[in-house]
Ligand binder design. Structure first.
Ligand code: NI
Ligand code: MN
Length: 228
């Protein structure tokens, strides 16, 4: 059993393979959830798709308190490592067999710089993650525009694709629906919308655009999806 819990924006908790994972733990300032960084008990790994504040989020305090290992690209790993966080660095196209399952970093077309005061620190290339829990596959696209590379995922037989639909910084609903055609997942969960005025989107309209070819699960913040 693999479970997927949503906290709004791009924030997910995945429990599978005996481990608890957080992806992009943006809780402080996330209007979709009242869950606080301290509310997580056991966290084994924190996956960060890119350096923006709404994705690194509360990774540092959660990692320090729980002892979780942060998995991110080499640049973000270096940055967080200097803050006393244990990191596992990876890069695009690379995969690694963690104790809970295999994870591959996928291409995302976006930025990744880290804001620190008035400065921007280079955060390497943004990414998505393909998690494989013994055949149950979760693709978290990260922040990205539509990419032709998403077609490569069709062969992976993705169980659930977590796709941004909010536009402006990422795919809009129309492009996300095209991404669904490329990826051909069993289930698609829309994410990264309605957090800021610039990324307002109607997930029901997205479901209409997908058009019944793939099951669209509009997850409410706090909701859990159980995957066989
Ligand atoms: Ni971003
Ligand atoms: Mn974002």
């Amino acid at each position: 059993m693999v479970t997927l819990r949503y906290f709004g924006h791009a924030v997910f908790e995945i429990v599978g393979g005996g481990a608890t994972l957080l992806v992009d733990p943006f809780l402080t300032g996330n209007i979709h959830t009242r869950v606080a960084p301290d509310d997580f008990g056991k966290v084994d790994y924190i996956f960060i798709t890119h350096g923006h504040g709404d994705h690194i989020g509360d990774a540092v305090p959660i990692a320090k308190r729980t002892g979780a290992t942060v998995v991110a690209n080499a640049e973000i790993s270096h940055y967080l490592g200097k803050q006393g966080v244990q990191c596992h660095s990876m890069h695009i196209g690379g995969s690694y067999a963690f104790p809970f399952g295999r994870v591959k970093l996928t291409i995302a077309h976006h930025g990744s710089d880290i804001t620190e005061g008035d400065d921007l620190i280079p955060g390497g290339n943004p990414c998505g993650f393909l998690f494989d829990f013994d055949g149950v596959k979760i693709y978290h696209a990260g922040d990205t525009g539509l990419t032709m590379d998403m077609q490569l995922l069709a062969k992976e037989k993705v169980t659930v694709a977590l796709l941004p639909i909010g536009g402006n910084y990422v795919m809009d609903m129309e492009d996300a629906a095209r991404a669904v055609e490329f990826i051909q997942p069993k289930i698609v969960v829309p994410m990264h919308y309605d957090t800021f005025p610039t990324i307002a989107a109607d997930p029901e309209k997205f479901a209409t655009l997908v058009g019944g070819k793939v099951s669209v699960r509009i997850m409410k913040p706090g909701e859990t999806l159980e995957l066989a």
